[in-house]
Design a protein around this ligand. Structure first.
Ligand SMILES: C[S@@+](CC[C@H](N)C(=O)[O-])C[C@H]1O[C@@H](n2cnc3c(N)ncnc32)[C@H](O)[C@@H]1O
Length: 203
């Protein structure tokens, strides 16, 4: 379990190139600035930005092969989407966010971070034209049944779902209709002993 900012940063560094690490440092800086203007993440979490946000996002990479087109639902502050896009420059990322100020933040951040592999969809997910996603991710977006209902049209039989879910991971799976329950299993989060990541393929 990652227990400090230093450990979290070392873990992230072990997963990416130096140029990506520099970009992640820039992201942390931009996030702190933007958080003065709008409430993107809780103020308290900024003191642990590597653990609570960057490593928490980066750990999802291990479940998804390279060369994937990801969709991040309700990207908000940019987690996990911006972190993953920085660390996987050859993957493609569709970030979906409906709130105007957050959309503006995501657009500015992708420009300042020179992320050519990111497209921001500034609209409700319900309005986004269907495409086949290779991976579907979302952090703090919606309870699992609603998330599945909204996102299943982007899934093929090969789509990997990677959903950081906090403490509620097991209960949320148990709340799904029986035939969907077996799709997901729970992986232990590296950033909190109490948190789980739901991982599943196809729906
Ligand atoms: C609690 S925030 C989480 C943001 C980010 N994923 C994170 O973990 O920091 C949820 C985000 O989902 C967005 N959202 C909620 N419902 C949405 C929808 N139907 N379509 C697009 N975005 C939505 C909200 O505007 C908000 O920014």
């Amino acid at each position: 379990m990652l227990a400090s900012e230093a450990e979290a940063k070392a873990y992230v560094a072990s997963l990416c190139e130096d140029t990506a690490l520099e970009r992640l440092e820039l992201l942390a800086h931009l996030l702190k600035e933007e958080n003065e203007r709008q409430n993107l993440v809780s103020r308290g979490s900024l003191a642990e930005v590597w653990l609570r946000h960057i490593a928490d996002s980066a750990q999802l990479l291990s479940f998804v092969p390279r060369g994937t087109h990801w969709v991040d639902l309700g990207s908000g502050a940019g987690f996990p989407g911006l972190v993953l896009a920085i660390m996987r420059p050859d993957d493609k990322f569709s970030l979906v966010e409906s709130r105007t100020k957050r959309v503006e933040w995501l657009e500015r951040a992708t420009e300042q971070l020179t992320l050519a592999n990111c497209k921001v969809f500034g609209q409700r997910l319900e309005m986004v034209e269907t495409f086949a996603a290779g991976a579907i991710t979302a952090r703090a977006f919606a309870p699992l049944p609603r998330l599945v209902e909204l996102a299943k049209r982007f899934s093929t039989k090969d789509t990997v779902w990677v959903l950081p879910k906090g403490r509620s991971a097991i209960e949320e799976v148990n709340g799904l209709p029986r035939k969907l329950r077996s799709v997901f299993h729970v992986e232990q989060s590296r950033t909190s002993s109490e948190a789980g990541i739901l991982v599943g393929t196809g729906l």
